[in-house]
Design a binder for this molecule. Structure first.
Ligand SMILES: [Mn+2]
Length: 303
């Protein structure tokens, strides 16, 4: 029985710094650590292959350091098991341009819809496309007899993130049941950072979600990956991974919940230099306040 590890939306190369964090630290270091942690089942020999369904990098032109780190980690895992990769909407220039320069043995990098066989399974990989009809056509080209799983980087009808549900037409790139090629039953999907599985006609769309929190909106979410077992009927389970705690602080009292090396953003009345100082005193790492507006200056202490 083939076992596949599904990771997605690793968003490597986030260049963001937080006040109080060590010099030279970047939020991208957490994303790299979360990606490595998500690959643990592959390093332990518990799966036969690894698939990544897009947004490998946070930006279409990732920093050189992030590219070098990604290549090193992918090469390390590909020495254990084969890997298949495809771009997401953040990887607008595709992935081959960044990764394939040196050649990556054991890593299939697919920038356009393609069928890939890894570890004995036939996968249909369909990278992100903004037009649902074009996505449907690309998926039709590569799905069909003998394909075990469809890999995508899209929002499907019914997907949810905090405060929002995706519907066909809203936003315009949402895929509906009508866009699915006939016979598709299992979709391993990126793009949606909130872990979930949703039914779409006879198909199930499984989102492990991003490997780390990419925004404070994701602060309550469990992050990680998914492991698939391709028996007579494919099954999956979610695997939890580490993620740095995040806090939205709207009142100074909420700082009581914050520990050292956790990420904090200050909102509303708490958006104040004194609250920032109190957060830093707890060892928290604080999203930099914007340059003071005249209104904020009114409440700032005199110097
Ligand atoms: Mn993403």
């Amino acid at each position: 029985m083939v076992r596949l590890l599904h990771v997605t939306d690793t968003h490597l190369g986030v260049d963001r710094w937080f006040r109080g964090a060590p010099r030279g630290w970047r939020r991208g270091d957490d994303h790299l650590a979360a990606f490595r942690a998500a690959l643990a089942p592959a390093f332990r020999g518990e799966v036969d292959g690894v698939v990544h369904t897009g947004d490998l990098f946070d930006r279409s032109r990732p920093p050189a350091r992030a590219v070098a780190e990604a290549i090193a980690l992918l090469a390390e895992v590909a020495r254990q098991v084969p890997v298949a990769l495809m771009p997401g909407n953040h990887d607008r220039q595709g992935l081959r341009a960044h990764l394939a320069g040196g050649g990556l043995p054991g890593v299939a990098i697919v920038d356009r819809a393609a069928r890939v066989r890894i570890a004995g399974a036939w996968l249909a990989l369909v990278p992100y496309l903004p037009d649902p009809a074009a996505w449907g056509a690309a998926a039709s080209d590569v799905c069909g007899e003998g394909v075990d799983l469809l890999l995508a980087h899209q929002a499907f009808d019914g997907a949810r993130v905090p405060g929002f549900a995706f519907r066909v037409g809203s936003p315009a790139d949402t895929i509906g049941e009508a866009h699915l090629p006939p016979g598709v039953r299992h979709i391993l999907c990126g793009h949606i950072h909130t872990r979930q599985a949703l039914a779409l006609g006879a198909a199930v769309v499984v989102h492990p979600g991003s490997t780390e929190r990419t925004a404070f909106l994701e602060r309550a979410e469990t992050k990680g990956s998914a492991v698939w077992e391709l028996g007579a009927e494919p099954t999956w389970r979610f695997v939890d991974g580490p993620a740095r705690p995040m806090h939205v602080v709207e009142h100074p009292d909420a700082l009581a919940l914050v520990s050292a090396e956790e990420l904090v953003t200050l909102k509303g009345a708490a958006r104040h230099v004194e609250v920032e100082q109190a957060a830093l005193a707890r060892g928290a790492w604080v999203a930099p306040l914007p340059a003071p507006t005249p209104q904020m200056t009114l409440f700032a202490p005199r110097r």
